[in-house]
Design a protein around this ligand. Structure first.
Ligand code: GLN
Length: 302
């Protein structure tokens, strides 16, 4: 029978070694999150009692998780969670794992949010953008009566978004309490209804030929359809910018996350579609990350 290690310090160190040997970059961090996931231990408890023992089931689970991580399964698919805007999001293989870069899009959107707005999150995936906007809009900015719609072509992704909505917004309460939300399946605007004051999207934007260059965790475990922006990476920006003009309210805002080298092209698409006040925001790394503009029918004559 395999000898157990049991002492948490030794277990953790063995986890770090296995992940480092497998070439996982942040082996110590990942090994820690997996230990926390199986044991519920805090770092403070770990340092205070390094000789604490895990029970056999937890130890077995820990090393099973470490082996999956060593095979490049993303940490978030093992723990089932990714924090975004300070909120915990459930994730699985059907949705893009929310990225920290995308928080900039939410911050910019929070900047234009106002009472009673209708918000559309195109390609919602886990729902991270829409749900953060509804929750932070209400709890941090005290904005009431928001109405959010998230669309995605993938029914499996929408099931994840619905799950996150129940978890974060506590089910369909009254509009005053939680803001109302709907998820609808469709090809972009296909099944959306009425006009929206704010349209946000982090669409798939990787050029098809670049997908093979991404790290294995992304290439093999994020959904392909969440990544693939077709030949020049701009397919969805092109469609959303053009199609949005019949779905956006007068004076409404359209905000995109873009790849670091796409802002100029996306600005041009917004301009072509008749948007005004077009701007680019850089992320913490100094890279172009968010492009936005507003739509004014009285000026465009539409
Ligand atoms: N809106 C989701 C996110 O930003 C999913 C994006 C996508 O699938 N391309 O995480």
């Amino acid at each position: 029978m395999k000898q157990r290690i049991s002492n948490i310090q030794k277990i953790y160190k063995e986890g770090v070694r296995l992940l480092a040997d497998a070439g996982i970059e942040e082996a110590d961090i990942d090994a820690w999150y997996l230990l926390e996931h199986v044991s519920g231990l805090t770092r403070a408890a770990y340092y205070a009692h390094p000789d604490l023992e895990l029970d056999e089931e937890q130890e077995t689970a820990y090393f099973a998780h470490v082996r999956r991580r060593a095979r490049r399964v993303p940490l978030q698919h093992i723990t089932g969670e990714q924090e975004f805007m300070g909120y915990p999001f459930y994730v699985n293989e059907h949705v893009l794992i929310p990225r920290q870069d995308t928080e900039l899009l939410v911050e910019e959107a929070l900047g234009v949010l106002a009472h009673g707005m209708r918000i559309l999150d195109m390609c919602t995936g886990s729902g991270c953008i829409l749900l953060s906007l509804l929750k932070a809009g209400r709890e941090r900015q005290h904005i009431e009566g928001l109405d959010g719609t998230g669309t995605d072509i993938s029914p499996e992704a929408l099931a994840v978004a619905e799950h996150n909505a129940r978890r974060l917004l506590g089910g369909r309460r009254t509009e005053e309490e939680a803001g109302s939300f709907t998820f609808c399946r469709g090809d972009l605007f296909e099944n959306t209804e009425g006009k929206y004051d704010l349209i946000v999207s982090n669409p798939p934007y990787i050029k098809t030929q670049d997908i093979k260059k991404l790290q294995k965790e992304v290439r093999c475990h994020d959904p392909y359809i969440a990544l693939d922006g077709r030949e020049d990476g701009l397919h969805y920006y092109r469609r959303i910018a053009a199609e949005s003009t019949t779905h956006i309210a007068d004076g409404g805002h359209l905000l995109f996350e873009t790849g670091h080298d796409q802002a100029e092209a996306v600005c041009a698409l917004l301009e072509q579609a008749g948007y005004e006040g077009i701007f680019v925001k850089k992320d913490l790394a100094g890279l172009d990350r968010v492009v936005g503009g507003s739509y004014n029918r009285t000026c465009t004559g539409q």
